[in-house]
Design a protein around this ligand. Sequence first.
Ligand SMILES: [Zn+2]
Length: 561
Amino acid sequence: MTEGAGLEPVVPGVVPARVEIYDTTLRDGSQQVGLDLTVADKLRVAAVLDGLGVDVIEGGWPGSNPKDAEFFERAKSMELKNAQMAAFGATRLPRRGVDDDANLAALLEAETPIVTLVGKSWTLHVDEALRTTREENLAMVRESCAFIAAAGRRVVFDAEHFFDGYFADRGYALAVLAAAVEGGADTLALCDTNGGTLPDDVVTIMKEVGAAVARDSAAAGRAPVRIGGHFHNDSACAVANSLVSVAAGALHVQGAANGYGERCGNADLFSVIAGLELKRGHELLPPGRLGALASTARTIAEVANLPFEARQPYVGGSAFATKAGLHASAIARRPDAYSHIEPAAVGNQAQVLVSELAGRSNVLAKAAELGLDLDSGLAGRVLDQVKEAEHRGYAYEAADASFELLVRRSAGVLPTWFQLEGYRVVIERAASGPGGSGADRSEAIVRLRLGADRVVAVGEGVGPVHALDQALRRGLAEVYPALADIRLVDYKVRILDGRDATRAVTRVMLTSADHEREWTTVGVSDDIVTASWEALADGVAYGLLRAGAGAIPDDQLSEAV
Ligand SMILES: [Zn+2]
């Protein structure tokens, strides 16, 4: 498996040696603050990554916590199509044998084909963190790699703090890699653990290490082992460092979905994959899978319960969106003139945003995207409505679903699923301290018309918006079972005019999701509950539109409720 591990830079026109894609979302990525995956979540993320087609999925650290041990136990019955599973753990403890090391034993018990061992390569850490001799650290690396390799597992060695270690004591950092090679590691991942290294230094060091490791490999009587990189984004260079590593000879790249990771994150694996495939001709994923990149990124964000960043390169909702009305007609003529890649290559689309700056061509382009053919009179009316609404505080750039509803409503092609007759909300706040729980509890009563039927539903929740959402769902659940798949994922409130606090306008942006995608709706009012209701009702209507739910026949609609 180390044959052909070329350490030369990629030569233009020459098909490069295959680069291995190693995902560490479930181990390093899950160190991100606010990212808390259950075992079931981790299994789902692993299945999604396997579906995308990464080579290696690092599932966790079985020796460190029961959750990861349980993950590996349950992962044994997963049928992976593309990826191999890796278990992660540290080299043995100082002054102890490999045979009585619980961590190494847990790694073998995980029964993964690949084991990744992390070891110290910076003298500062050997002296101060490990508090052992430098010779003992080399023995720990060599013996641990040999122990795992002897069990028939493939060994990846993560050289922790490698770049800092290389600057501090180049000879020792290389001696650590040599010990791993001697022990039987077939891949050496140079880790920029503190994330401070810049791309030009990465290139220099990757090339120097490549040459040195080739010598060490020959001395150990082996083919050159594979060199790889593991970069953190503290200098905003994690993706750049990953890309230049490959140009400098690395054949293994580690990263995390959506750039998840502690502090500023790990290298965003999706940007790395897209860059290497589309711009450097590497074949990393199975044929045709690059088109699943955007949906994979979104799905993992959904499982992680984190907002999906619209500005995320390649896969974000705004990655190919453009605002200026000036450009819209030119974009319609030559889309390639305004984007760095064809958005469809990564499963994304060129979204045309609507805004106060929008011209008629923007509205027409957006309508065409929705499959609506507006004549110029209707386009003019839609544009007038957008401008008028934006003047009152609506923002349609992020509220794609509300905009679509507005266009369909203006074009007379929006069905009606329910009509509001009225609602009432009671907000209760008990005093905290002795005799009071301090909990907020709200109750909402919503009266709806569903054609000839009148429905009254009650909902309870934490706060008035939650209670209204519950009541609306309860009122519609029987008639529209599709609602069961639709949930609220994000709720944002913004006060638009703070000069007169009592008369400030409130804008609510609300994101809903089904199992495939998210959509955002907007409501504006001088009352926060009214604004929230508007966004809620739009969110539900859009979900029903997506689900193709049957609407109320026109002759049963009541007038102006
Ligand atoms: Zn890391």
